[in-house]
Design a protein around this ligand. Structure first.
Ligand SMILES: Nc1ncnc2c1ncn2[C@@H]1O[C@H](COP(=O)(O)OP(=O)(O)OP(=O)(O)O)[C@@H](O)[C@H]1O
Ligand SMILES: [Mg+2]
Length: 316
């Protein structure tokens, strides 16, 4: 069975896509990995596919949007494995085909419209409809035979916990939370963790039993009790003179996170560094751009590799 993890935080711009991309590439060095972009902003799709191929996917309707659209619009056929874009990372240039085992289901902007429509559509009794709307992604994984074809499935989630994110969590064994150690982001962590485990997960189980859904109708890829795999400190601000190497606010919040969440916080902190956005914009993880961009330092490569290894070790 593939190990599935959602990279998620209800806050925007905290490094979800950057982490999902690097973690997927890290895992794909040795395993078969499927990235699923379920964020309508489609940042991961644009990074991985480049503008031209991503546009082609949108024009042909080969995106994650179809999974959800099929629920709202009877004329849209529920998709199968055809929405998977195989080997997208620079594969058209054979000498750069470093990730033959890394595939993606891209997203498109319209996923946001579909999510609104989904909230206003109910088919069947209300409890059954609420269950159905949250397990579309798990059902799709069954149909696409994802468990047989992949070792890991990584979801890049939007900065929200609405229906689409809930679908990713319903199919995920784990969730991974990047957090900027500033005051506002740190304060939201406790609430977010309670929301995922106490509300979203618990509600799914309640719907399953209350509907009730026959065991044969529960998608094989539905997972109860999604577990926190890791909190990943991201974009910590450096301050040259400080003992910790970081600004006072980030040092204080990081210490607070470690005291409160102990080993859930990985040992490596991803600092705010030049080179990370640049390499991502080029469609490469930081460890593949050496020699291509002047600003990428070995320290940045080590930091990102260590963080990805630490998260990967928890996805068992
Ligand atoms: N360690 C870093 N150092 C500097 N810039 C970074 C770093 N990590 C990510 N960024 C940049 O910060 C911005 C936000 O990162 P990213 O898109 O990964 O966040 P996100 O949580 O996915 O955002 P959204 O909520 O909009 O999906 C991007 O421009 C990204 O390139
Ligand atoms: Mg993102």
């Amino acid at each position: 069975m593939a190990i599935k993890a959602s990279v998620i935080n209800f806050k925007g711009g905290v490094g979800k896509t950057t982490l999902a991309f690097h973690l997927s590439a890290h895992l794909a060095r040795t395993h078969r990995v499927l990235m699923i972009d379920v964020d309508h902003q489609s940042s991961l799709s644009a990074v991985v596919l480049s503008a031209r191929l991503w546009q082609q996917c949108q024009q042909s309707g080969l995106t994650s949007n179809r999974i959800f659209e099929a629920y709202c619009n009877r004329r849209v056929l529920a998709p199968g494995a055809e929405i998977i874009f195989k080997n997208p990372l620079h594969a058209r240039q054979p000498k750069y085909n470093f990730y033959p085992n890394l595939d993606i289901v891209p997203a498109q902007f319209e996923l946001d419209d579909t999510e609104i429509e989904m909230a206003n559509t109910s088919i069947g009794g209300s409890t059954v409809a609420e269950w159905d709307k949250r397990t579309l992604l798990a059902e799709w994984l069954d149909r696409a035979n994802a468990d047989t074809n992949y070792d890991y499935i990584i979801f890049d989630c939007p900065p929200a916990t609405k229906l689409v994110s809930q679908n990713a969590l319903a199919a995920s064994k784990y969730f991974v939370v990047p957090v900027i150690p500033d005051d506002l982001s740190t304060r939201g962590v406790a609430h977010f963790l309670t929301l995922v485990s106490g509300k979203i997960d618990a509600r799914l189980e309640h719907l399953r039993t209350a509907a009730p859904i026959a065991p044969s109708s529960v998608p094989k890829n539905y997972v109860t009790g999604t577990k926190l795999a890791a909190i990943v400190p991201f974009m910590a601000k450096s301050a040259g003179r400080a003992k910790s190497g970081m600004t006072n606010i980030h040092t204080r919040n990081l210490t607070g996170l470690k005291i409160r969440y102990k080993n859930d916080v990985i040992g490596t902190t991803i600092k705010h560094m030049t080179g990370i956005p640049e390499s991502t914009a080029m469609g490469w993880p930081v460890w593949n751009v050496q020699g291509q961009t002047a600003n990428i330092s070995p320290a940045v490569i080590k930091m990102m590799s260590d963080a990805c290894s630490a998260v990967a070790q928890r996805l068992v």
